[in-house]
Ligand binder design. Structure first.
Ligand code: EPU
Length: 430
């Protein structure tokens, strides 16, 4: 298992190019199951979750190929036939987003058998709404040996209300409804940019979807979908993580190839905390929109509550907590999306942070000096927060289990090194 060795105290300065969004690329890849024609995806990030999903698609009998391009990978997927409708436990336990094959498989092939994901490091994370929605679309759902089976001759359009807004739940049902007989209306749907990006791809494939990006999505079912080419949107969480890295090191960064409009809540919070954000400043080295970012001399402690988009993202909560350890005063961080997403607090405390966790609330009292230590990454975003803490700490920080970070950040150590951080990957074989 790889580790990161970080020597803290370096100020970040320079340009960072943001990769494609993992959480947009994953549903886009499963959307390719809805057609027998070729779907071409560009700007796909080179991260482990994408390789895991490719293995799953291969198990199902789907052909795919990958080409390295200047910005991300180009993945071509062709699902001419289904050899096997099973998403096995070994893959689903590695990556819960595997459940995104469920809707497309039932809609196009009339059957799917997917391992139930079980809990994970950040919460219980049930998939009851995915299943309730598919049932409402006419699928028969049954369970055996830890698997869920879904069957349907042809799905029928329906109205479905999400009790809790779910990102992959919305994506799964939106994909399933594209091939249903009649119109489906999804209410209290997720509004995340990744949902909208998926709808854009599906519409290019011939789907008739309106309202993606709002709480009400209407999908008129069609008989078949065709191939398409699509460029995945930039990763808003990767961009926000780099901005926070600049802030915690008192640095100055230009973030290229990002969509600032997807970062409104994070930018507003960072500006209040005391950093200067210049939207559209400079010339994006890669042609994309640019954000320039300059940390102030002093960071102010501010409360934050995670919310569904466009609120402050749960996927930035851990990184924000690391930042707050370096702000003057107390901040209350409230996590409303997942019930167990504070694993990083204990590791941050081992580095000298003063954090009290009580249920879904954490109080951070700053500013406390951080000192480098050997620490454990527990999940993707928690690992990112530990990297940020390591950058701000005095001395050396050794982060174990960085495979968590490789799931969703494309070679973060290379990007950080290019802007002045001292971080090296220690590979198992070294
Ligand atoms: N929920 C239910 N029932 C369901 C589905 C969800 O009760 O059937 C609950 C969950 O337990 C949670 C809330 O609804 O409390 C929201 O969960 P959601 O379904 O929106 O999460 P997700 O779709 O499983 C995606 C991202 C996560 C991100 C969340 C929230 C992907 C592949 N994953 O997960 O990303 O944290 O939305 O924004 O899109 C990450 O990238 O690190 C990550 C965890």
């Amino acid at each position: 298992m790889d580790k990161f060795l970080i020597t803290g105290g370096r100020r970040l300065e320079g340009n960072v190019a943001i990769s494609g969004a993992k959480n947009a690329a994953l549903p886009a890849m499963t959307a390719a199951l809805l057609t027998d024609q070729r779907v071409i995806l560009k700007n796909v990030p080179r991260v482990r979750d994408i390789s895991t999903l490719r293995s799953l698609l291969e198990d199902l009998g789907v052909d795919s190929s990958v080409t390295h391009e200047a910005h991300g990978n180009r993945i071509e997927i062709e699902a001419r036939q289904l050899l096997n409708p099973v998403a096995p436990y070994e893959l689903v336990k590695q990556m819960r987003a595997s459940v995104l094959v469920l809707g497309p498989l039932v809609a196009r092939f009339g059957q799917a058998r997917v391992s139930l994901p079980g809990g994970c490091a950040i919460g219980v994370r049930p998939i009851n709404l995915h299943l309730k929605g598919l049932e409402k679309l006419g699928a028969t759902i049954s369970f055996d040996h830890g698997y869920v089976n879904a069957r349907a001759d042809r799905l029928r359009g329906t109205d479905f209300y999400f009790d809790t807004t779910s990102v992959t739940g919305t994506e799964n049902l939106m994909m399933a409804a594209t091939l249903a007989d009649g119109t489906t209306v999804l209410e209290n749907a997720a509004r995340e940019p990744e949902v909208q990006d998926l709808a854009d791809l599906l519409n290019k494939m011939g789907a008739q979807i309106e309202g993606a990006g709002t709480h009400k999505i209407q999908i008129r079912g069609v008989a078949r979908l065709q191939g398409a080419e699509h460029t995945v949107i930039p990763d808003r969480i990767e961009a926000a993580t780099f901005l926070t890295a600049a802030a915690i090191t008192g640095g100055e960064l230009v973030v290229d190839r990002c969509h600032p409009e997807h970062l409104t809540s994070v930018l507003a919070k960072l500006e209040e905390v005391g950093v200067q954000v210049i939207r559209g400043a400079g010339q994006g080295s890669n042609g994309g929109p640019t954000l320039a970012f300059k940390a102030g001399n002093k960071l102010r402690a501010l409360d934050v509550t995670t919310q569904v988009y466009p609120g402050f993202p749960t996927d930035m909560q851990a990184q924000y907590m690391a930042l707050m350890t370096q702000a003057e005063g107390s901040s209350v961080i409230t996590e409303t999306i997942f019930e167990n997403r504070f694993m990083h607090a204990l590791e941050l405390a081992r580095m000298g942070a003063d954090i009290t966790v009580n249920g879904r609330r954490a109080v951070v009292r700053g500013k406390t000096p951080l000192s480098g230590a050997e620490i454990q990454a527990s999940d993707l975003r928690a690992s990112a927060s530990l990297v940020l803490a390591g950058l701000a700490a005095e001395g050396e920080t050794l982060i174990n289990r960085v495979y968590h970070i490789d799931r969703g950040y494309e070679r973060i150590e290379e990007k950080l090194t290019r802007v002045g951080a001292q971080i090296v990957r220690i590979s198992e074989s070294d």
